[in-house]
Design a protein around this ligand. Structure first.
Ligand code: GLY
Ligand code: MN
Ligand code: MN
Length: 371
């Protein structure tokens, strides 16, 4: 409950004072919004068709279906739990609580337009204001507790990544490798994989979001894996590239160039430095080589937390600067369609004077013999 109160206080602190609502409201209508878990800190339950209203004075109303009632009851302290068994009861519960308020904050970027219209029509006397930015700002700067959970998720992913070459077997398919990774992620202490694990062999590695197929591992393959662990709601995100047998020299040149881009970013990142500058410097390591110019086709990284793509990067809301206790990925890559792609991705915590790399799996360009 302690951290719930702190988080709610932080949301209200990040709302401009001329737009301050009496409460903020999250409702999981068409999709489940991680902001719900951010403010409640609940670990169990999916909470579809459930919601939470957090008042400025600290009172919390939790709206839940019967299905999630037991999980909801673990939110103790200053919370009133409203349980419903059907739509009609839900409407009654919302009516009873929401109609006490005149101005309520909602997140325009995560609420569906249909649900927004429902709120507007059902509660014509309430002014609905957008508080999405306040959630984004609070969530991007992590507390000590959040960093510890991400650190654990990063430890799990690192341990699994170090074991991956030991899984390589003649005839193993991309789907086999992804399944093996997911199994190890759970066996090592995660509740689940952070997202759909990518395991790509050979030319399939040139698609950053490749989904895997029945493709067997062969000698001379580039193998790219991208996966993460979810630990107590918080995720890690790591990519490693391995080689089997004897790949061509060009693959090693690409690997070294990607690693140089990542190292340049690590050298520069610290609180207060411009995100654009870091991005430019890292990208230059790749673009100044004629053969690879323009082949780094995505951003340098993203925030991680409750979500894998945790609402952005140090953008205008952060004066485009890295801030202390942001937790981000640094993931340059070079992609050559028809040949292969190489990406190296690590997770970092931004510090006052630098950054701490929290994924520790080895990334030397070693070639592995298939067993
Ligand atoms: N796993 C997706 C990404 O690295 O952003
Ligand atoms: Mn990533
Ligand atoms: Mn990734």
């Amino acid at each position: 409950m302690e951290h719930t109160n702190q988080r709610i206080a932080s949301i209200f602190e990040n709302i401009p004072s001329d737009d301050l609502p009496e409460a903020v409201f999250i409702f999981n209508k068409n999709s489940v919004d991680k902001n719900f878990f951010y403010v409640t800190g609940l670990l169990n339950g999916v909470f579809e068709n459930c919601g939470v209203l957090c008042c400025r004075d600290g009172l919390i109303y939790l709206f839940t279906t019967l299905l999630e009632e037991e999980a909801a009851r673990s939110l103790d302290g200053n919370a009133e739990i409203i349980v419903y068994k059907d739509k009609k009861e839900r409407a009654k519960g919302l009516q009873k609580v929401l109609s006490k308020f005149r101005k309520i904050g909602i997140c325009f970027n995560s609420i569906s337009y249909t649900f927004y219209l429902y709120l507007e029509q059902t509660f014509p006397d309430i002014e609905w204001v957008d508080v999405g930015k306040a959630f984004k700002i609070s969530r991007m700067i992590k507390s000590t507790d959040e960093i510890e959970k991400i650190r654990k998720a990063a430890d799990i992913a690192s341990a699994v990544a170090d074991d991956i070459p030991g899984f390589f077997k003649e005839g193993m398919t991309e789907l086999d490798l992804a399944a093996e990774i997911d199994y190890r992620v759970k066996k090592t202490g995660a509740q689940k994989a952070a997202f759909s694990t990518i395991a790509a062999f050979g030319k399939n590695t040139s698609m950053p979001h490749y989904c895997g197929a029945d493709v067997p591992l062969r000698d001379g393959n580039v193998v790219l894996v991208d996966f993460g662990a979810e630990y107590m709601g918080y995720v890690s995100d790591i990519s490693r590239t391995y080689f089997t047998g004897k790949p061509e020299k060009k693959a090693f040149d690409i690997f070294d160039t990607v690693l140089a881009a990542q190292s340049r970013a690590f050298e520069l990142i610290k609180a207060g430095i411009s995100a654009d500058y870091v991005e430019r410097e890292a990208r230059n390591e790749i673009d100044r080589k004629e053969l690879f110019r323009g082949k780094f086709i995505h951003g340098l990284g993203h925030s991680i937390g409750l979500d894998v793509h945790d609402d952005g990067y140090p953008d205008a809301d952060f004066k485009k600067e890295f801030k202390e206790n942001m937790v981000l990925t640094v993931e340059p890559g070079i992609y050559l369609p028809g040949l292969y792609g190489i990406r190296i991705e690590d997770d970092i915590v931004v510090k006052k004077d630098g950054c701490e790399i929290i994924t520790t799996a080895q990334k030397e360009p070693i070639t592995y013999e298939i067993q």
